[in-house]
Design a binder for this molecule. Sequence first.
Ligand SMILES: Nc1ncnc2c1ncn2[C@@H]1O[C@H](COP(=O)(O)OP(=O)(O)OP(=O)(O)O)[C@@H](O)[C@H]1O
Ligand SMILES: [Mg+2]
Length: 249
Amino acid sequence: MGKIVTIASGKGGMGKTTLAAELATALSRGGRRVIAVDTDSALRNLDMLLGVQDRVVYNLYDAVSGTCAFEDVPVACTPGGELSYLAVSGSDFGAPTLSENNFKIALAALARDYDTVLVDCAAGASALTRVALTVCDTALLLTAPDLLAIRDCEKIARFFTQYNPLADGYLIVNKVEPRAIEQGLAPDIDTIMDTVGLPLIALLPLDMNVPLLQNNVRRILGTGSPVAPQIEDLVRRLEGEQVALKKFW
Ligand SMILES: Nc1ncnc2c1ncn2[C@@H]1O[C@H](COP(=O)(O)OP(=O)(O)OP(=O)(O)O)[C@@H](O)[C@H]1O
Ligand SMILES: [Mg+2]
């Protein structure tokens, strides 16, 4: 049985999709069969970060409504099929979306077929995000060091710990600017951890090259970005290794 890993944040733009693409690629290179599940519909972009946007034909709603078979939905991102992408619903505004129950059933089915089911949630606490948080084995909750994002992340963390108390939940602080923290312009990491109430599994620095890399569908990993070594360590931690948090300032 594979593991379901849910990436959520509360506030938008925290780096969920960026991280989903990096983790999906890294875990699949490590020999796992990985499926990256995109719960965002109209505003999805994981397909673009994985470079498969022109090959997405069907989504889970199509399978459930009988337009295609379940097996027709995943799109192979690598020639060997180690990494696949799956859209939950259509990308048009107002496209019908999956019921919570069908999404739950689909995630369980994917966990039988893949080693890792990586769920990239939309911002907020939509019905599908709540399902993904309730059934996952591991939740990665992202925030930036800003008070609005931290408050939303805390709400998501509270929901997760209430409805899925036996799963592992971790905090990731992204877009960290050490100087802003040192100058008291942003909350420090201990305060963020105390507020969200989950153990910290990664600190990712702000790197203005990240959006530029993504314009060329390039992975952060392997590019010399200061984010890359932190993601490498995160991957090792997710694979069960004990890797100490490295300060990058
Ligand atoms: N560590 C980082 N440093 C600088 N920019 C980053 C970093 N991580 C992500 N970004 C940028 O932040 C923006 C939002 O990232 P992303 O789309 O991954 O967030 P998201 O949480 O998935 O957003 P949404 O809630 O809209 O789905 C993108 O332009 C991305 O390139
Ligand atoms: Mg996103």
